[in-house]
Design a protein around this ligand. Structure first.
Ligand SMILES: NC(=O)c1ccc[n+]([C@@H]2O[C@H](COP(=O)([O-])OP(=O)(O)OC[C@H]3O[C@@H](n4cnc5c(N)ncnc54)[C@H](OP(=O)(O)O)[C@@H]3O)[C@@H](O)[C@H]2O)c1
Length: 296
């Protein structure tokens, strides 16, 4: 059995790869940072005796996504995990356009291309799993993180629609969306902002996702407080929801993005918050979330 994981050089993608290797899957691991991938290959072949193929691709280029598919087309991939992705944080009028377009290319276009190409193959043989990494952000709009939230809405809605098409066709192919809240990965460094709440452990989050994927769950939301947040959103008026999400996002600490590979940084991006606004945001919504967190 072979699994292909994008974004395997870091964070959730690396953890998915570790978990699947531990379960005996051979792997194709994909990202831009070759050295990171080689280190992971060594770790997984040494520890679990599985075969690991490293493929270096910049998935912001649609041609590279198609090239990736062509490279593995005959390899009989059983599982595709679309984990590559990143966020661009800041006020919509101030964030860097090129960086956002690159984000849309990775979070949306690459995931779309790979999902389509692999799904066509999986459907033909009536077998296979596709796990798309969306986010809690996929359930709503996200002021101050607008295009990232919008990109994750795309991932979630696309995945749900495909699920229904597969269900009607009585297909045995699985598709699902993993929708975690904050997870401790390199995501913050790349987005240039610190979460206002503590993130989940990446290994724990990934383990949960893989377990639920094999259970056939469509929408995978780890942690009780996150499930409660999703449920609550359905009943909140839109403007109240926007104000709450905006406050949570504005309470992030903004800093210079640390980019894994040199790109246009949008480093001029700044959020202008008064101390009062920050205090209110941090002591209000964030405390509420911590309270909910303790329910678990
Ligand atoms: N961390 C969170 O709080 C959180 C919460 C919800 C959802 N998510 C989602 O989880 C997924 C994984 O993020 P993470 O938290 O694990 O962040 P991460 O540690 O920064 O990992 C992101 C991965 O995406 C890869 N990537 C980024 N741009 C790429 C490109 N152009 N071509 C190929 N690979 C690219 C990176 O590899 P290279 O840099 O080596 O190319 C890296 O392996 C993302 O889709 C993210 O939106 C994260």
């Amino acid at each position: 059995m072979i699994a292909l994981v994008t974004g395997a050089s870091s964070g959730l993608g690396r953890e998915f790869s570790r978990i699947l290797a531990r379960r005996g899957f051979n792997l194709v691991i994909v990202a831009r940072r070759r050295q990171r991938l080689e280190e992971l290959r060594k770790e997984l072949t040494g520890q679990y005796g599985v075969k690991v193929k490293v493929l270096v691709h910049d998935l912001s280029d649609p041609d590279e996504c198609k090239e990736l598919y062509n490279e593995v087309e005959n390899a009989n991939i059983d599982i595709l995990i679309n984990s590559a992705g990143f966020g661009v944080f800041g006020k919509f009028t101030e964030t860097d356009l090129d960086r956002e377009i690159e984000m849309i290319d990775v979070n949306i276009k690459a995931l779309h291309i790979l999902t389509k190409l692999f799904l066509q193959k999986f459907v033909k043989r009536d077998r296979g799993h596709i796990l798309n990494v969306a986010s809690l952000a996929g359930f709503t709009a996200g002021p101050y993180f607008s295009s990232y939230y919008a990109s994750k809405n795309y991932v979630l809605q696309l995945t749900k629609a495909i699920y229904e098409e597969l269900r009607v066709d009585r297909s045995n192919v699985y598709i699902g969306a993993f929708c975690p809240g904050p997870v401790k990965t390199e995501f913050n460094d790349v987005a240039g902002a610190e979460f206002a709440v503590a993130g989940l452990d990446e290994a724990e989050a990934a383990e949960y996702a893989i377990e639920k994927m094999f259970d056939g769950q469509l929408i995978i939301v780890p942690k009780m407080y996150a499930k409660a947040a999703v449920a609550m959103q359905r009943f909140l008026p839109t403007k109240m929801m926007l104000a709450a999400t905006g406050r949570i996002q504005r309470s992030r600490t903004v800093r210079e993005p640390e980019l894994p590979v040199p790109v246009n940084t949008g480093a001029d991006m700044k959020l202008r918050l008064s101390d009062d606004e920050l205090d209110r945001a941090i002591s209000g919504i964030v405390d509420d979330i911590k309270d909910i967190n303790e329910i678990e």
